[in-house]
Design a protein around this ligand. Sequence first.
Ligand SMILES: O=P(O)(O)OC[C@H]1O[C@](O)(COP(=O)(O)O)[C@@H](O)[C@@H]1O
Ligand SMILES: [Mg+2]
Ligand SMILES: [Mg+2]
Length: 342
Amino acid sequence: MDHSADAQRTDLMTITRFVLNEQSKHPESRGDFTILLNHIVLGCKFVCSSVNKAGLAKLIGLAGETNIQGEEQKKLDVLSNEVFIKALVSSGRTCILVSEEDEDAIIVEPSKRGKLYCVVFDPLDGSSNIDCGVSIGTIFGIYTLADVHEPTIKDVLRPGKKMVAAGYCMYGSSCTLVLSTGAGVNGFTLDPSLGEFILTHPGIKIPNKGKIYSVNEGNAKHWDGPTTAYVEKCKFPEDGSSPKSLRYIGSMVADVHRTLLYGGIFLYPGDKKNPNGKLRVLYEVFPMSFLVEQAGGQSFTGKERALDLIPTKLHERSPVFLGSYDDVEEIKALYAAEAKEE
Ligand SMILES: O=P(O)(O)OC[C@H]1O[C@](O)(COP(=O)(O)O)[C@@H](O)[C@@H]1O
Ligand SMILES: [Mg+2]
Ligand SMILES: [Mg+2]
């Protein structure tokens, strides 16, 4: 075992230490981003603790249930939204927030002048899975406020490639926070007894090709030609390779987490009923595409690189195909061939 000082520093590292190390690479930094991230981490710990107790809701009066005193409790997604808004506002470093749960953007009165950030987030992703205890999560993306001006929604209607950081926290068999500040992807697991996120997945790299495809096949009847052809190839490959396995949880956070670690492809295509698919550009497609690209994979909308898309409204949706580089390359070729025929 390597006991050098460097190895020891990376052997056991909290997320706070990790972010401070990143900060020290930017001598001009005054710590505003570090403070913001600490508050996001706080929000994740808070939601994690509520999610862990969700199954006991009826007994002890938690989110989404009427407790034994007959009092209505807030639903977990509403509670998570409130927790994140409070955590982000009290960081003093945010100027505009966009949440899946709020129709309008929240303009925040900053507590100080200085570097401010715009945060887009899905406070609880995969909420249909809450009641059966399946993995759910929080997704976030961060833009800097371009220059000193009063923030407007134009500050968040920017392509995903302009984000400075993105991440998600998965509330699963363990609580895992995956983060990219634009220099690779790192994963941290919460030790609940310590209350600390510890670096457990340094430098996540997505395999170039995977053995899994992940899609809601119940929508197959409405799919377009390229998606249908691609999924057919996954099941009946013509090049002699083994068919891919299908895994679909129905929580984007969990499906993308598995795709990042094991490789393969996650698809939420547009179809005849919903031409733009289901997933929201700002706080689902962009952060996940940012992470996948930072891990060496690709993300595609059926027309273009997902991070190039310029959203025109806050809750816009887009089809998305993301994951291992070579797997996404295949579906890109099918869409390119279709575009040529038209
Ligand atoms: O049930 P479907 O149509 O397969 O959709 C699953 C997708 O919907 C979502 O649950 C949407 O997220 P929310 O729970 O935040 O609305 C994604 O997490 C998931 O990928
Ligand atoms: Mg969601
Ligand atoms: Mg949600």
